[in-house]
Design a protein around this ligand. Sequence first.
Ligand code: SF4
Length: 280
Amino acid sequence: MVKNLITSEQNTWCMGCGNFSVEHSLKEVFAGMRDDSKSLDEVVLVAGIGCHGKIADYLNVNSVYSLHGRAIPFATGIKLADNNLKVICCVGDGDAYAEGLEHLIFAAKRNIDITVIVHDNRVYGLTTGQYTPTSPYHFKGRSTPGGSPERPVNPLSLMLVSGATYIARSYSGRKEHLAGIIRAGIEHKGFSYIEVLQICASYCDMTDSYEEKTEIRNNENLTSYSGAEEIINIWNYDNGKEIPLGEFYQVNKSAYEDEFSPVSDVNSGKTSVTEFLDGI
Ligand code: SF4
């Protein structure tokens, strides 16, 4: 019997939340993998803390609900323990760009072969509306009732300089596009970073702006660093310009786990942390 990819857990996301789009995009990608006779036993979904994190309860694949800002170290450890696994990390913008920023940068720098999907709704939704590193300038929320004096960071630009080998952006209002980007990110060998502009229906509903401004526009030469820089900097998360969606950068570099050896065991031929630990 083919198992249902959506669990029977009660879904507590607000009506209209962009998380549904990410959930169903992932479901389609997993269904496609199954149709291609790939075993979903080899998939591990790691989620951080925030509204997005409940996706670990709602998708019927191996999953780990990790700590706030620490999903990427969990994912890194899982990948090092078993190189054959497809490790997908769902994180939030507060989760990945504030609490866990250093982990995001170092995963990109190492080029560990995991796929990080950032549910970027530009607000802390679970705790009812505090500003995050990508909240719009002058964002009025629970912690900034007079408007945030901080300007948003451009996380794609940060990922480019940090060494990510796959960088793409999609939008929760374009589910088919999002599913295609997730599929491509999972297939990429190396660190894949996918930014999802996701609406928070309750505390930061950017639907009107995203519907008007987003435009699918890939970088024509995906291996061009300067081409990626140019397209990534068209929109700085606050300038009211067109918001490009698509694949912006993809290059091949050796993946961290293929070069990693436990320090004291470099010459043993053991290829995973599990083999190393078994020998102790
Ligand atoms: S608070 Fe926002 S992010 Fe959280 S479930 Fe509701 S709409 Fe979604």
